[in-house]
Design a binder for this molecule. Sequence first.
Ligand SMILES: Nc1nc2c(ncn2[C@@H]2O[C@H](COP(=O)(O)OP(=O)(O)OP(=O)(O)O)[C@@H](O)[C@H]2O)c(=O)[nH]1
Ligand SMILES: [Mg+2]
Length: 377
Amino acid sequence: MIEIGVVGKPSVGKSTFFSAATMIDVAIDPRPFTTIEPNTGIGFVRVEDIGFELGVVSQPRNGFILGKYRFVGVKMIDVAGLVPGAHQGRGLGNRFLNDLNQAEGLIHIIDMSGSTDEEGRFIGIGARDPEDDIKFLEYELDMWYRDILERNRDRIQREIRAGKEPWEALYNVFSSLRLNRQDAEIAMKNYDLNSEELPRFLRERSKKIVIAGNKMDVGKAMENYDRLKKNYDIIPVSAEAELALKRASKHGIIRYIYGEKDFEIIGELSDQQRIALEKIRKILPTGVQQVIEHLVFDVLNYIAVFPAGSKLVDKQGRVLPDCFLLKRGSNLEDFASAIHTDLAKHLLYGIDVRTKRRLGKEYILQHRDGIEIVAAK
Ligand SMILES: Nc1nc2c(ncn2[C@@H]2O[C@H](COP(=O)(O)OP(=O)(O)OP(=O)(O)O)[C@@H](O)[C@H]2O)c(=O)[nH]1
Ligand SMILES: [Mg+2]
């Protein structure tokens, strides 16, 4: 499963975002360093389900259907807050970032209302420029990579002396941080092992970042967003609003398709609740779904593909039970091996469930393809 880390300085709303995305209750508090041990759970990306088009009602094995969407799971990790100088041991240090080794992408939560200082203490709305949050955090991530490189430099050099290709020696250390072979090759072609730019290069390639400009419901946030969006890939978010909507939906007060621009009131509620909900309605969408999906589909380049047994059911009779996330550019053979290694070995061809056309092993998968795999017995 794809892994995504939620990072940022203390008190920006990382745990609120995590909780809104995963529907898991975790500690949320204005006091900095509320989270110490990481929280892990499953968040979701939306994919328009293909069942409707095919005239069937899908029965997902994992995830769920809401509205016209299938919600497909991705693993999310919410970690402690990072402060400037963390690599020198300030705050909780940066060792806890090792919990993010397997993360392929990061969601960087910033306080768009500019009301917290570099350590997450409240200093009044608009008192801080959120751009400063972006810069220091990326620097601390680079320092995390630099430390790892320093600890392993001797080992890498030893392997090179023993005859390993330089890229392979580098890859052996950084593959555990999700660096791929190709990027390891580019790194060793362009940088010396002692180069000061190497850690940043490795970090940028193996931990892609999307910025979530959180607390958009607070004054000054819109002003900051309009200024910063010109230079950064930022999505406006109110994690608190998303959490409130999910809770109201769980209690049967509203009907809300997560990520949509509106909701419907269906239950009894107090005047106070109504006022709070109407305030939220003005800032929809909350941005939580949008951030996760932007990272997974646009930045990490995943597409969703539905395996469809004959007549769209699996052996147990479940309708379209699965939906796989695969890298854009994957072919039919990659799809078969994602389902089962044996299936790839005996793969004959695929059938497009919409057109009934035969697809060869080299067929390049498209987003929302539904494919029946035909393999030799
Ligand atoms: N107004 C507003 N407040 C928010 C939003 N998201 C989170 N908060 C508040 O910000 C404070 C900190 O939230 P947390 O989710 O605990 O922040 P964190 O980044 O996990 O903090 P640490 O674990 O201490 O690093 C809490 O009081 C939240 O209610 C938001 O979208 N809008
Ligand atoms: Mg937290």
